[in-house]
Design a protein. Structure first.
Length: 319
């Protein structure tokens, strides 16, 4: 699935795409149902979005509020909401925050289930998402795709257990804000760091709060992925205190070469991990074999091996 198709499942629930017109036949090709055929509110993760030649997102969202019993909705997926050159583009973060009283049971939110056909990942335009965490204090899972204009202040939540950023270039300001956040029960963190051409300007120094092991005491999965400095990150992770209590680690999707893999193998033991995800890498055949032999009890994903001697090395997701 990845960033090329809409989510079919989210937060353990099947995704139901809210139809463009209640009671009308679906003409969007999205597989959405008629209003009369919609599932019970609590039995789906609801995808709400608009389309290129359709009505403004704010209108679709308002109709969703009046059609579905949102007091029972636990998972919400926000799809395409338009671009800056469109007319009447709503700020989805502000719109959602304003509607928070209509979602008393919301526990999971995905902001930006937008495919490349609708908008390239680095073209998805955001704003300040900080108010969402105040408006929805019960959130346990928050995921966001895209980083253009994305901003975040340090947040505090006792409930949040999963936090994911999918991006072709995650701003260092956002990375630092996450690192300064108070999230005592956070178990799962993914940061697609991206590349400088698309705003990914974080350095290994910005990752210190995650690697030190003190900031997020409940963390069991750490993903520092899709980075053009993946070798530097691997070297930093090799001696990071957090690793000893992780169950899974992902350094996937980036420009990981033999140099980074050598740092990992020369660092602290990784044999306690259940999974090590390194897919989309630039390791030589010999290094791939070394990694497999060194971690016999670990589920190591070494798929998508790129040519290690190629002149052009690239991250998996950028534009």
């Amino acid at each position: 699935m990845g960033v090329y198709q809409h989510l079919e499942e989210f937060a353990g629930l099947p995704v139901a795409i809210f139809n463009a017109e209640p009671g009308s036949d679906d003409e969007s090709g999205t597989g959405s149902a008629k209003a009369d055929d919609l599932p019970a509110a609590a039995e789906a993760a609801w995808h709400v979005g608009t389309f290129f030649d359709d009505e403004p997102f704010a209108d679709v969202f308002q109709r969703f509020l009046t059609t579905v019993d949102t007091t029972e909705v636990t998972a919400l997926v926000i799809g395409y909401w338009g671009a800056s050159y469109d007319d009447n583009v709503a700020d989805p973060a502000a719109l959602l925050a304003e509607a928070a009283p209509s979602f008393p049971k919301l526990r999971s939110l995905f902001l930006g289930d937008i495919t490349g056909e609708e908008s390239e990942i680095s073209w998805i335009e955001h704003s300040d998402i900080s108010p969402l965490f105040t408006a929805f204090p019960g959130l346990e899972r928050f995921e966001v795709r895209g980083s253009q204009g994305l901003s975040l202040d340090p947040i505090r939540s006792e409930r949040l257990t999963t936090l994911r950023f999918e991006s072709g270039g995650l701003p260092a300001t956002v990375v630092r804000a996450v690192g300064a956040s108070d999230l005592p029960n956070l178990e799962h963190l993914d940061l697609w760091l991206g590349e400088g051409n698309y705003g990914g300007d974080a350095t290994t120094a910005d990752l210190a709060p995650f690697l030190g092991g003190e900031r997020f005491p409940a963390l069991r999965h750490l993903g520092l992925e899709d980075s053009e400095i993946q070798d530097e990150i691997a070297a930093a992770v090799a001696g990071a205190p957090i690793v000893a209590r992780l169950e899974s680690l992902s350094l996937a999707m980036g420009i990981l070469t033999d140099q980074g893999a050598e740092a990992l193998l020369s660092g602290q033991p990784l044999t306690h991990l259940r999974k090590l995800d390194l897919h989309h890498h630039f390791l030589s055949d010999a290094m791939v074999e070394r990694v497999r032999i060194a971690l016999p009890g670990v589920d190591v994903d070494l798929d998508d091996q790129e040519k290690p001697d190629g002149e052009w090395q690239y991250i998996a997701v950028s534009e």
